[in-house]
Design a protein around this ligand. Structure first.
Ligand code: HEM
Length: 153
């Protein structure tokens, strides 16, 4: 079996023995790794996958049983549901339930992509916040000062 290294992902090279099985899915020590692209297509009621804490779950059979309703799950289908899952404050039982639906792990490179997609300071914001925070108030203060001096003489 040949070992394929994703050229866009230097991490694959660091992961050791990442193999690709007959379906082209990456496996390491029996664990399957799915890319965001592969997960995204499982976004319908007959085929629903979600990511929670970098783990991938096939929750198709759970949709109708979910106490919170299937709509909320379908909204997250094919994407990362970690935030909404945590926002609800699910019980330990609910967390243990997840194990039944576990099918694999999110690809290491896509974990990085997710963090890169949410930068602390989006580009462009630094310069615009400089204007609104400092320069505009400074100019306004200078004008008020000049007007005050003009009228006080
Ligand atoms: C995919 C794995 C999920 C499992 C196994 C799961 C399981 C459960 C369970 C067992 C409950 C009953 C309360 C509890 O024990 O905490 C529950 C409630 C609830 N879940 Fe989930 N849940 C999942 C995902 C989600 C997601 C992604 C959302 C939000 C988008 C969500 C929204 C809710 C809501 C709103 C309730 C409260 C229902 C109520 O109190 O009326 N759940 N869930």
């Amino acid at each position: 079996m040949s070992v394929e290294i994703r050229k866009d992902c230097p991490l694959d090279a660091n992961m050791g023995s990442v193999n690709h099985d007959v379906n082209g899915e990456a496996t390491e020590g029996g664990v399957k790794y799915y890319t965001l692209e592969e997960i995204r297509v499982h976004n319908m009621c007959k085929d629903t996958w979600v990511i929670i804490h970098d783990k991938v779950y096939n929750i198709t059979s759970f949709l109708e049983e979910h106490p919170g309703g299937e709509e909320v799950l379908l909204e997250q289908a094919g994407s990362d549901a970690t935030e909404s899952f945590e926002d609800v404050g699910h019980s330990t039982d609910a967390r243990e339930m997840l194990n039944q639906f576990y099918i694999g792990e999110l690809d290491m490179c896509d974990r990085n992509l997710k963090t890169q997609e949410v930068p602390d300071t989006p580009s462009g914001e630094t310069s615009s916040s400089f204007w609104t925070t400092w320069l505009i108030p400074a100019i306004a203060a200078a004008i008020v000062g000049l007007v005050y001096r003009f009228y006080s003489f």
